[in-house]
Design a protein around this ligand. Structure first.
Ligand code: PBG
Length: 425
């Protein structure tokens, strides 16, 4: 007999508490069987914890008899209003404040709070960034506890299955490219049999409805660790880089990518990529532009993950100055007019004002990237027991939504998806 596990939602961000009963089939031994069995899981969802209170005994009276009794002054008894709860002794006796606005009225119970909650979050809003490599094993990433460089043939496929199981059906791929394939012009970026195109083809073969986002930038393929081609004097060459990015985007689209995402911050790349995709018959492939990507120190752990630290200098001649706000509008106008489908802000939490700015100024969907440094700080705080990791995670994601993000790229996608499904690890 299958044992019925009962799992209560551990981190219920405001809304009604759902009791989720999951009945797995007898053995969930290997990952592969669990994937197949999971589809047959029985989900019983009830909107409250009360297990159907006893119906009150009836007297067998007709409606007319009930009304007549009340009219005759013999109303049946109902419980009295409970007495006012006592305050602790020593509570000061004060006159009531003369205020007519008491915002706490709308927060007084979880049902009331749930009714007036303005923002919600669902696993469908999450995009799961995954690091892949050529190896067979999954290698832990030191600076990002819980994240791995996944083997593209096994670990990647299993991780995607787990994410889909909790409703996270969108991923973005980041490759760790062998050093021997890195060059100053990053040509491996458009090798149609490179790591990313191969991984896309494998995933699309297994999960045709998976939404695959790709990163368009040269840094994982560049021997200089920069997002563009570096001239002798250190200048990042814009238009020549855009030429390479177009080839990279087309190679990804040809492999089956749904959304290509230029994260390089070269000028004019969105329009050029749109033209290149269309010329090759990829009108249906979307562009998520990193519209406002800041030169941030929060990317540190990511660069360790991909071993993609710039060999010299920094990325300040193409990524934006963290001190700038209005400049995001310049990028917004360019990306909109060049045909971007989704606008992304990066990092996430320290840049909520930029998310809100783009949300208010554009009708396009907005994405926020909760980057590696944000993830690692929350993880570290959790490991050190300084904060409640899961609650801080869910709050940070909710805040990104509140600021105006439609979708969130986050390394917490699987963990948050589990949380939102009421599963506890
Ligand atoms: C580079 C790229 C970076 C990230 C995504 N794409 C790092 C960088 O600009 O150096 C960072 C993501 C993260 O920190 O989580 N194209």
């Amino acid at each position: 007999m299958a044992s019925a596990a009962m799992l209560n939602s551990p981190c219920n961000v405001g809304a009604v508490k759902f009791e989720v009963k999951v009945k797995p089939s007898p053995n969930l031994l290997s990952a592969r069987t669990s994937i197949r069995l999971n589809r047959r899981r029985v989900l019983t969802i009830r909107a409250s914890n009360e297990s159907g209170s006893e119906p009150l005994r009836k007297m067998g009276l007709t409606d007319e008899e009930c009304e007549a009794a009340v009219v005759a002054g013999n109303a049946p008894e109902a419980p009295p209003v409970p007495p006012k709860p006592a305050a602790p002794s020593g509570t000061p006796i004060v006159s009531t404040l003369p205020i007519n606005r008491r915002p706490r009225r709308n927060r007084r119970s979880s049902a009331v709070r749930a009714a007036f909650q303005e923002t919600s979050i669902s696993p469908a809003n999450l995009v799961y960034p995954l690091f892949i490599h050529e190896g067979e094993e999954d290698t832990p990433i030191g600076a990002m506890p819980g994240c791995y460089r996944l083997g593209w043939r096994h670990g990647l496929v299993e991780e995607v299955a787990k994410a889909r199981d909790v409703g996270v059906n969108s991923i973005v791929l980041f490759p760790k490219v062998p050093d021997a394939l890195k060059t100053s012009t990053g040509d491996e970026a458009y090798n149609e049999n490179g790591l990313v195109p191969r991984a896309i083809r494998l995933l699309k073969d297994k999960y045709p409805d998976l939404v695959i986002y790709t990163d368009v930038a040269l840094d994982p393929y560049s021997s200089d660790g920069h997002d563009g081609i570096v001239r002798e004097d250190g200048v990042i060459m814009n238009d020549e880089t855009v030429h390479q990015l177009c080839k990279q985007a087309v190679a990804q689209a040809r492999a089956g990518a749904d959304v290509v995402s230029p994260s390089d911050m070269m000028d004019g790349r969105v329009g050029a990529i749109r033209t290149a995709l269309d010329a090759e018959g990829f009108q249906h492939v979307s562009i998520m532009s990193y519209t406002a990507k800041y030169a941030s120190s929060f990317y540190g752990p990511f660069r360790e993950a991909l071993d993609s630290n710039p060999r010299f200098g920094d990325k300040k001649t193409y990524q934006m100055n963290p001190a700038n706000y209005r400049e995001a509008l310049v990028e917004l106008q360019a990306d909109e007019s060049e045909g971007a489908d989704i606008l992304l802000v990066k990092p996430g939490l320290p840049y909520l004002d930029i998310i809100r700015l783009l949300r208010d100024k554009s009708p396009l969907p907005i994405a926020a990237y909760q980057v590696s440094g944000e993830y690692s700080m929350i993880k570290a705080g959790g490991v050190l027991k300084m904060i409640d990791e899961e609650r801080v995670m869910m709050e940070s994601l909710m805040c990104l939504r509140r600021a105006g993000a439609d979708i969130i790229l986050t390394y917490f996608a699987l963990q948050a998806g589990r949380c939102l499904c009421g599963e506890k690890r």
